[in-house]
Design a protein around this ligand. Structure first.
Ligand SMILES: [Zn+2]
Length: 302
């Protein structure tokens, strides 16, 4: 698509069968606001006579191909993940539902921005089928929660009997932010974008080991002495991204007994946090999503 021709979301978003435009955007846009969509659905600009997209999908930034999934073994269908080590924070980008992958594409390759990754499509699984009329690129950008994701996965009862085909590139280990924040600019400071997300709630955390999340994203450290930290004050965005980390010394009154606790919630985000299950339905305690995020973040302590 030609950026200069994109004036509003109608020009590029692919809605779900609801036909509501916002269902293709990032956020709590599915099932009347109860289901999270972690990326943008970008519609095709061209189709063959039989209705299949002809659009090529390009790398959004310079980076390294981190994962290539050629099989139809999950909701993302055929997908590619890139890591961008030269961004201010080394974010990932993810390109899902591809019809085909660029021949020869493999993990470890360094690619410039704008290199072909594959052809847009509607690949998924039969349970999450996408008809060709709604073919699109699901595009995601964000951070990886843990390098030890598999340890959490194996220990979580809900995953029993469901193999993890994608290692650390499983969607549950990736936490996205709104890609329009990046796409709206021709050059963007990823660190500033991540930091500019509003803080919706905070926890205090007392892990046995420093989460590898913080080692990989030191730019998200806001203060304190991490060498002598007894725990962490961690600020989350509404969708569950741990965007600000402050090291706490032993004896800091914010640290409470137990491995972690909900510390505070910004009132204006409470309805959104309840819908995202970051909080329980009464808005007073940690919900399933927050509990899962914390468990994955501390998977290196297992
Ligand atoms: Zn999508």
């Amino acid at each position: 698509m030609d950026r200069s021709l994109l004036r509003s979301p109608e020009d590029y978003l692919q809605p779900t069968e609801s036909r509501r435009l916002e269902s293709g955007a990032f956020g709590m846009v599915r099932d009347d606001g109860h289901r999270f969509h972690e990326g943008l659905d970008i519609r095709p600009a061209g189709r063959t006579k039989s209705g299949e997209p002809t659009d090529l999908v390009f790398s959004a930034m310079e980076g390294v191909v981190a994962y290539v999934n050629p099989r139809l073994n999950g909701a993302y269908g055929r997908y590619v993940v890139m890591l961008h080590p030269r961004a201010e924070v080394p974010v990932y980008t993810l390109y899902a539902h591809l019809a085909s992958l660029q021949p020869g594409l493999k993990a470890g390759q360094t690619l410039a921005a704008g290199k072909v990754l594959g052809v847009m499509g509607h690949s998924s699984t039969s349970e999450t089928a996408i008809p060709k009329e709604r073919a699109h690129l699901h595009f995601e950008v964000g951070l990886m929660l843990s390098e030890r994701f598999q340890a959490w996965y194996d220990a979580d009862a809900d995953n029993r009997g469901v193999p993890n085909h994608h290692g650390v590139f499983n969607g549950q280990n990736l936490i996205g932010f709104d890609p329009t924040l990046l796409l709206a600019r021709s050059s963007a400071d990823v660190r500033a974008l991540l930091r500019d997300q509003p803080v919706a709630l905070a926890i205090t955390l007392r892990p046995k080991r420093t989460p590898d999340f913080l080692t990989r994203y030191p730019a998200l450290l806001k203060g304190g002495d991490s060498a002598t930290a007894a725990g962490w004050y961690v600020e989350f965005s509404w969708q569950g991204m741990p965007i600000g980390w402050t090291a706490l010394p032993a004896g800091d009154p914010r640290l409470r007994p137990g491995p972690w606790s909900l510390y505070g919630v910004k009132d204006q985000f409470r309805p959104q946090l309840i819908q995202r299950r970051m909080l329980t339905a009464n808005g007073k305690a940690a919900g399933d999503t927050l509990i899962r995020q914390v468990e994955i973040l501390t998977a290196n302590s297992r």
